[in-house]
Ligand binder design. Structure first.
Ligand code: SF4
Length: 696
């Protein structure tokens, strides 16, 4: 009787990749508050986003009816007032909107199936991601489907698949309880994975040695034994120098290398040139510290390496990850308690969406689209004709082809490329050129401004399905409330659209999608819908009673010969060097209160109240030199464009750097960023743009 809510539902936080389990307390059909519950990733804990960032789902801007662009609407642009859609869009019935969407998709397909491409979403469930990639592959016979992994960890996944045979983490972050040394590089978990950071802090409190490497003096430095604030873009020179010490001082694990790896001799010879003395001027770290760190990590009983987008978002992002993999392999730090490789995932379900095949080169479970037998297996399950054996186009390639007029229609589910893509002015022009843009989302995002048809969808707390976190842990999400108005669950929208373009889909429950996924995804072996009712299961799970394997590859790697590979990496400079016109370096990222493009957190009352204004950060000494007071507006300009933004002083930022969060449309960081990409992971260089700072 003392309860202050009508019902409670267990689900998973919709924001970062930690995957905290939550209990949603509902009163009068609305989520009233959120509590952390005992999931393996959070043990009851939540950060400020999880605890207070939920009420965006009840925001008056929620889309509640299908919308169709008016024939007399103004030219497409970032020009729609969310409070007054009527100038641009008119409300439609689902019947009319779906009929129009399907008819236009079929017309474009009849001309050329490659007219149409799709962006799915890491904010949706595994089942929704699976259906979305199937929609493009079965419906249009090609692989031009991708999602935000291309913008965050595509290079990490490329290096992991190449060298250890699997794109997922080799150890959960909870394994730090068995580590004695941990490296965190290019990641800011205190702001971006706050609950994971609590485990890292506990690790240091019980005496574990923490080594933090980052061009920014990120928050974890306060807990670190070693802080290596290296020059932006100099990751490979620093990591190769550390590995050079391990080679020269013979600190490597010969037994492990001999038993489980290949290409060691080539790696060893390659590293000889990268002495600490030769690399110190490039990476900005003293040789003595490089040596100390090398010895500490090599002599650890168990060492774990975590990395984030500071590593991955470079034109040499794959090389950065190759170095981290080599460091773990040469010291025998994979496949045992407390040891491993862990790229920290940024979005709630980016791991699961990637596993479910929402990427252009891989079908579910990273099975190659180029393999005839694999495609035959999928076509058999899908009762479908064959589709292309060519790797599809990635996010930035699809945008370029839209700009060139070769892609004419897009189906975009829950992604916001008009904010998230590099050189976003170019991306917005490309979106404006599309003949058909179908956007399925919960808000009129910046991307939906360019849409022809908008389909109102569901937030995570309105969904039924599964998600997979950074730890490979599969968890159920459940609807606590119903979508507002006529909005629908995303999977139901995709199923109806598939049926209307002629596909043989007859799912009536999302559990049927999960059952189909199990037919082609060995990672889901022993993971059943029934078990997920009550359990979180880490894949791989070896039996129907196994909660799953926190550590993998203790008995070999999923590569042809069971061995991991060393792939040497050389120093490649960033794509654009600072010069007289653009003398400083811009880097972008997230901040504690705002998540990604801000479409959700800027509509969450508490989070928006705490951090309401677009801001960037610079070193106070540099601000003083330039005669700029903290709190003033400054102008930031790169070769792509210019923004005006309030600046804060932050001693953790190097004097030649500017840090810009990318959540703010009024000062969109990606107007500035460089679209040059890593040749392997095809990830853009968000972390390094030459920039000019001006006092206004
Ligand atoms: Fe949500 Fe991540 Fe915060 Fe957990 S740490 S509450 S998953 S944002």
């Amino acid at each position: 009787d003392s309860k202050d809510y009508d019902s409670e539902t267990e689900s998973v936080c919709p924001f970062c990749g930690v995957g905290c389990k939550v209990s949603l307390k509902v009163k009068d059909g609305k989520v009233k508050y959120v509590e952390g519950i005992n999931g393996p990733a959070n043990e009851g804990r939540l950060c400020v986003k999880g605890r207070f960032g939920f009420d965006y789902i009840h925001h008056p801007h929620r889309l509640t009816k299908p919308l169709i662009r008016r024939e007399d609407a103004p030219a497409k642009g970032l020009n729609v007032d969310p409070g007054n859609l009527g100038t641009h869009f008119r409300e439609a019935t689902w019947e009319e909107a779906m009929d129009l969407a399907a008819t236009k998709l079929k017309t474009l397909r009849d001309e050329d199936p490659r007219n149409v491409a799709g962006f799915g979403s890491a904010k949706c469930t595994n089942e929704e991601a699976y259906l979305f990639q199937k929609f493009i592959r079965q419906g249009f016979r090609h692989n031009n489907v991708d999602h935000c992994t291309r913008l965050c960890h595509a290079s990490s996944v490329a290096a992991l698949i190449e060298n250890v045979g699997s794109g997922a983490v080799t150890a959960t972050f909870n394994e730090v309880e068995n580590s004695d040394v941990v490296i965190i590089i290019g990641a800011n978990p205190i702001e971006n994975h706050p609950v994971a950071a609590t485990y890292f802090k506990q690790f240091t409190k019980r005496g574990g040695k923490l080594i933090v490497m980052d061009p920014r003096g990120v928050g974890m430095r306060k807990f670190a034994d070693e802080m290596l604030q290296f020059r932006p873009g100099a990751d490979v020179s620093m990591l190769n120098a550390i590995m050079n010490v391990i080679v020269e001082e013979e600190l490597y694990d010969s037994q492990y290398i001999h038993r489980w790896t290949e290409n060691w001799e080539a790696e060893k010879e390659h590293l000889r040139a990268f002495t600490p003395e030769a690399m110190a001027p490039i990476c900005g770290i003293e040789p003595a510290q490089l040596r100390r760190v090398a010895r500490t990590f090599a002599q650890a009983k168990a060492g774990l390496i975590f990395w984030g987008m500071g590593v991955s978002q470079h034109i040499h992002g794959t090389d950065n990850s190759r170095c981290l993999i080599s460091l773990a392999l040469m010291t025998g730090n994979v496949g045992k308690p407390g040891a491993g490789l862990h790229p920290l995932r940024g979005q709630n379900n980016v791991q699961g969406a990637s596993d479910a095949g929402l990427i252009p080169m891989f079908l579910p479970d990273y099975q190659s689209v180029m393999d005839d037998d694999i495609r035959a297996k999928f076509n058999n399950v899908w009762n479908s004709d064959d589709f292309s054996n060519e790797k599809g186009l990635t996010v930035t390639e699809i945008i370029d082809q839209a700009y060139a007029g070769n892609i004419k229609g897009m189906y975009i589910q829950g992604e916001n490329p008009a904010m998230s893509d590099p050189d976003v002015g170019h991306a917005r022009e490309a979106l404006a050129k599309l003949e058909l843009m179908i956007v399925q989302d919960i808000f009129l995002t910046e991307t939906a401004n360019y849409a022809d048809i908008i389909l109102p969808a569901s937030a995570l707390y309105e969904k039924n399905g599964t998600v997979s976190n950074t730890n490979r842990q599969v968890q159920r999400v459940r609807p606590a409330v119903t979508p507002p108005g006529e909005a629908r669950e995303d999977w139901k929208i995709t199923v109806e659209l598939a049926q209307r373009i002629g596909l043989n889909w007859d799912y009536t429950d999302v559990s049927e999608v999960f059952a189909e996924m199990k037919l082609t995804m060995a990672s889901l072996d022993n993971i059943t819908w029934d078990r997920l009712e009550t359990e979180t299961i880490t894949y791989p799970s070896l039996s129907e009673t196994d909660p799953g394997q926190a550590i993998v590859f203790g008995d070999g790697f999923p590569r042809a010969d069971g061995r991991a590979r060393f792939t040497p990496a050389s120093v490649i400079p960033p794509d654009e060097a600072p010069d007289e016109e653009y003398p400083m370096i811009a880097t972008t990222g997230r901040q504690l209160e705002h998540w990604h493009t801000g479409s959700m957190t800027r509509r969450a009352t508490v989070l928006d109240a705490v951090e309401p204004e677009a801001n960037c950060s610079m070193n106070p000494r540099q601000l003083k030199l330039m005669g700029i007071e903290p709190g003033e507006l400054i102008r930031l300009t790169t070769r792509r464009g210019s923004i005006e933004i309030m600046v804060r002083a932050d001693r953790a930022i190097a004097e030649d750097m500017v840090f810009i969060p990318f959540a703010y449309v009024e000062a969109a960081a990606n107007i500035l960023t460089n679209s040059a990409i890593d040749p392997y992971g095809k990830i853009p260089e968000f972390k390094f743009s030459a920039i000019r700072v001006e006092k206004i």
